[in-house]
Ligand binder design. Sequence first.
Ligand code: 13P
Ligand code: SF4
Length: 368
Amino acid sequence: MTVPLTLCKLIVKHRVKFDTLSLFHVFLRHVNFIIMMRIEREDSAVNRIRIRGGSKVEAQALERKAEMNRELKERLFQLKKERNAIILAHYYQRDEIQEVADFRGDSFLLAQKAASTDAETIVFCGVHFMGESAKILAPNKTVLIPDERAGCPMADMVNVDGLRKLKAQHPNAKVVTYINSSAEIKAETDICCTSSNAVKVINSVDADEIIWVPDKNLGHYVQQHTDKKLIIWEGYCNTHDMLTVKDVVEMKAKHPGAEFVVHPECRAEVVAMGDFVGSTTAILDYCKNSSAKEFIVGTEDGTGYQLRKDSPDKEFHFATKFLVCPNMKVNNLKKLIKCLETMQPQIYVPPAVADKARASLERMLQVK
Ligand code: 13P
Ligand code: SF4
């Protein structure tokens, strides 16, 4: 009952036109929001301590919280030693995970770290395709992920049969695949890329025609920076694609002095409004080095951790409260500790698939 009711309230509040697309968009936001709230509820033990009451109660609760945090961190460091483990965390992870990671990074940097580490165990705090890439690049290591439900809806939008059909229709084209894809798709791919090196990778390919999977928004952005012809798959990121021109216009009106920085996984019309367009790392670097003091951020809200760490004196406003990837947030500190205790869940990639997929990832790592 609450779903249709709140949906109606949202429609009235935002005066959404009753065309099917807008309705579908509001519905998607709503579903995303419900998932976010459910994930919030299964937050780690530390965050479940509610701070209520007067200042004395508040101080005690804060002290308890800090104590639990200390205990959890001690347990984690002990386990890391025992398992000879390294913790890799994507910039979209919860703060409590980014805080304890050995390396924070974007999908490219973390893939490089996985390929070069001496540790026996890699705990990949990110989504499944990232853990898979780590396992493919480091097949002899144990790769753990704190919660195996952490998938990527965009990666699931492309399937092997469809890609094979497209390859048959364009026999002279090379396949460039965004790293946000399954191992099976990577195995059908000539070269992978991430949002930080997509243009460079495309321009390095020896073909005039490129089959690009799965992100249509990044594909359209890249098309503007290359002479090659892209045949673009229709996938998208649920989180970035939900940001609208209206959201940005409203935020700009609230913060007229702020610069708008945006990830190319957003819709073309939103990307066109950006004062700066770039991958997760490019956005972080830009905000750190810019002389501007205030930013509207058009990417996932986990980046707030690094943005504020780099520039405590600057202000960051996320373009909407919906810029949260629910999949990234299913991992938390408690689950991170548990996966090291039980050495589960582990990422497994069938060796025949991994061998083919590895070639496409290694080609990407070699692009200078
Ligand atoms: P990066 O390639 O910038 O790490 O982004 C990964 C991702 O999932 C973006 O939504
Ligand atoms: Fe996938 Fe989007 Fe989440 Fe990135 S932010 S993991 S592309 S759903």
